[in-house]
Design a protein around this ligand. Structure first.
Ligand code: PEP
Ligand code: MN
Length: 371
């Protein structure tokens, strides 16, 4: 059970102390307080764990300081959607809103290879009104002999250039908890010109120690990629690890599944699960058309498969698009064959806009039909 307290409740106030005293006396029930500093208010929740079946929702709702009580199912306690649970399904970071109603595009380099490609990419993003990007510094590669990313060495120029071109959030995968500190240090050294969304890659979805350490910090939001060979439930539980440690600014990323049935794409595109994840949880849902399709193949009408699957997911309500671009894909050190060309960015963004307005029109139709 979750008790949602009155907004901005003072933990020194008498009503808060009375509530804590009351909860401490409950038999076989432990509780954990979670405080979240939002832009407009501080939200305080108390999570009750143990034999909560014996508690009445009405009694709990009437305790001092409580505004709402929600009985949660066992699954995805914090990030899940529960009956009569009207907690927010969004968060703000660096002045950008990430929610189940919004859409953000993160176009950028799969892997940072040179300062020049970073600058070229960021300039075209700025020229096209974009404030988010992807920039891989730490690359988990199948072969130990493949380029592993420039790591911390590239962070200072990536962050400086982001500041120069008005980029507010960079999605960046980390593969070890030490990378968190390297990112913090590079941001501080460059004067915090931008923000970072930490990415947990598909190969690390169930790296529980990494999830716990990333979950213990609340400074950076997290994009958790679905594991490519595990069930959806297992991946959603991985996201819950982040939240259970304290960080609930989590976006769930669909990136395709490893199966031969996925041929001719690199992975079996799983974007039909966009509304499923939105129904099961309060997380915004990201899709990665590049790592799922994995090639620049196109239909007979000339549209790239990457653009088709992006549009399909946006029409179904996707909230974030993580997509590979490169100024010179044949020279890219990682995943060149799936990168879109910089000259294709306006077309891509226009396609996304068309699909988003189709989604909004569909919502209006369904709302007027059912209300
Ligand atoms: C990536 O986005 O750079 C990446 C490696 O993705 P994934 O973990 O989904 O393979
Ligand atoms: Mn890649």
């Amino acid at each position: 059970m979750i008790l949602i307290l009155k907004p901005n409740i003072d933990t020194e106030a008498a009503e808060y102390k009375q509530l804590i005293d009351h909860l401490s006396l409950l038999q076989n029930i432990n509780f954990r307080v979670h405080r979240e500093q939002g832009v407009e208010q501080t939200l305080t929740e108390i999570h009750l764990i143990g034999n909560t079946a014996t508690l009445s929702l009405d009694d709990m709702k009437n305790l001092p300081g409580v505004s709402q009580a929600v009985r949660v199912s066992e699954e995805y306690r914090i990030l899940g959607r529960h009956k009569d649970d009207n907690r927010a399904a969004f968060f703000d970071y660096q002045g950008v809103r990430f929610g189940q109603d919004t859409l953000n595009v993160f176009a950028g380099l799969c892997a940072v290879d040179s300062r020049e490609s970073v600058e070229e990419m960021m300039k075209v993003l700025r020229d096209n009104g974009q404030v988010c990007t992807r920039m891989g510094a730490y690359k988990p590669r199948t072969s130990p002999y493949s380029f592993q990313g420039h790591g911390k060495d590239c962070l200072p120029y990536v962050f400086e250039l982001a500041g120069k071109y008005g980029i507010k959030v960079i999605a960046m995968e980390i593969t070890h908890e030490s990378h968190l500190q390297e990112i913090q240090e590079a941001l501080a050294m460059t004067g915090n010109p931008t923000g970072v969304m930490l990415q947990i890659g598909t190969r690390n979805t169930q790296n529980f120690e990494l999830l716990k350490s990333v979950g213990r910090q609340q400074e950076f939001p997290v994009l958790l990629k679905r594991g490519f060979g595990i069930t959806l439930d297992e991946s959603l539980n991985a996201a819950e690890y982040l939240a259970s440690e304290g960080n609930r600014k989590v976006i769930f990323g669909l990136r395709g599944m490893k199966t031969n049935i996925g041929d001719p794409h690199r992975n079996f595109v799983d974007f039909a699960h966009v509304p499923v994840v939105k129904r099961l949880t309060r997380m915004p849902v990201c899709i990665d058309p590049s790592h799922s399709v994995g090639a620049r193949s196109r239909g007979p009408e000339g549209v790239l498969d990457i653009m088709h699957v992006t549009a399909q997911s946006v029409v179904a309500g996707a909230n974030m698009i993580l997509v590979d671009f490169h100024p010179a894909p044949t020279k890219a050190l990682v995943d060149g064959p799936q990168a879109l060309l910089i000259s294709e960015l306006p077309l891509f963004l226009e396609d996304v806009k068309i699909a988003r307005s189709a989604y909004e029109q569909r919502l209006l139709n369904y709302q007027s039909a059912f209300l």
